[in-house]
Design a protein around this ligand. Structure first.
Ligand code: GTP
Ligand code: MG
Ligand code: ZN
Length: 233
């Protein structure tokens, strides 16, 4: 909100209403996902950190074990959904137009289209943006932030909100480290300064380095989601 003609109290009221509406929709999504024992992960990063590349590889490696669906968020184009569909997974593309993040209501509408199979994985790829997606609960089980080594090790300090709300950091493009002055330890320390509970994995979506640990992380949480749905039924 940068309109000088709207007074600041009104801006705060509008923001509060938007977030309250979002939180209601997120609660509904979370209940739906819990009923089917679906593990939903919300992937967030700056544009180009490698979210879709990570998803394509993860789907290829996990599709024998889980039914997998993907909700793709971008301002424009169907490109990422097409990359996902090439793996055989179901994908719904949401175009946000001028919007710069996904909201829970959009995810709820996409869930109607997807009809996720019970006990599966749902990956939500948020709009490439390291700032405001952090503020919107989509009903996911976990938020995963992707940062690539070409972006600079101080990003967690500059954009702390995203790292504060995430449960897992995937530090991607590790294959490029030999070509860069990038201190992995310093970057992870910055992330942990912002969020001491953040779990961190160093990966390459290009070579597959480190991905087994990500899959183990997913599988552990997917079995908890399945067990909770069985207990609830
Ligand atoms: N070297 C290297 N390149 C990568 C890796 N992961 C992704 N890339 C490249 O980074 C570029 C962007 O990757 P995408 O997967 O499209 O990134 P994204 O985060 O989905 O981008 P948006 O959806 O536009 O926000 C592509 O050229 C990928 O090939 C990696 O691990 N190593
Ligand atoms: Mg993408
Ligand atoms: Zn936004």
């Amino acid at each position: 909100m940068h309109r000088p003609d709207i007074d600041s109290e009104r801006v705060i009221r509008i923001e509060r209403d938007i977030l309250a509406k979002n939180n209601d929709a997120a609660r509904q999504n979370r209940a739906r996902l819990a009923a089917t024992g679906t593990l939903a992960l919300n992937l967030m990063s700056s544009p180009g950190s490698g979210k879709t590349t990570l998803l394509v590889r993860a789907i290829e490696d996990l599709k024998a074990k889980f039914p997998i669906s993907v909700i793709e968020g971008d301002q424009q184009t169907e490109n990422d959904a097409e990359r996902i569909r090439a793996t055989g997974a179901r994908a719904v593309q949401i175009n946000t137009g001028k919007g710069c993040h996904l909201e829970a209501g959009m995810v709820g509408a996409a869930l109607d289209d997807i009809k996720a199979e019970p006990g599966g994985l749902l990956f939500i790829e948020n709009v490439g943006n390291l700032v405001c997606p952090a503020g919107f609960d989509l009903g996911e089980a976990h938020k995963v932030v992707v940062l690539s080594v070409t972006e600079g090790e101080d990003k967690p300090l500059k954009y702390p909100d995203m790292f504060a709300v995430a449960d897992l950091l995937l530090l991607n493009k590790a294959d490029l480290l030999p070509h860069l002055k990038f201190d992995v330890g310093k970057c992870l320390a910055a992330a942990l300064t912002v969020n001491p509970h953040l779990q961190t994995l160093v990966v390459s979506a290009e070579t597959g380095e480190g991905m087994a640990a990500f899959y183990a992380w997913i599988e552990a949480r997917a079995s908890l989601s399945r067990a909770a749905a069985v207990a609830q039924a």
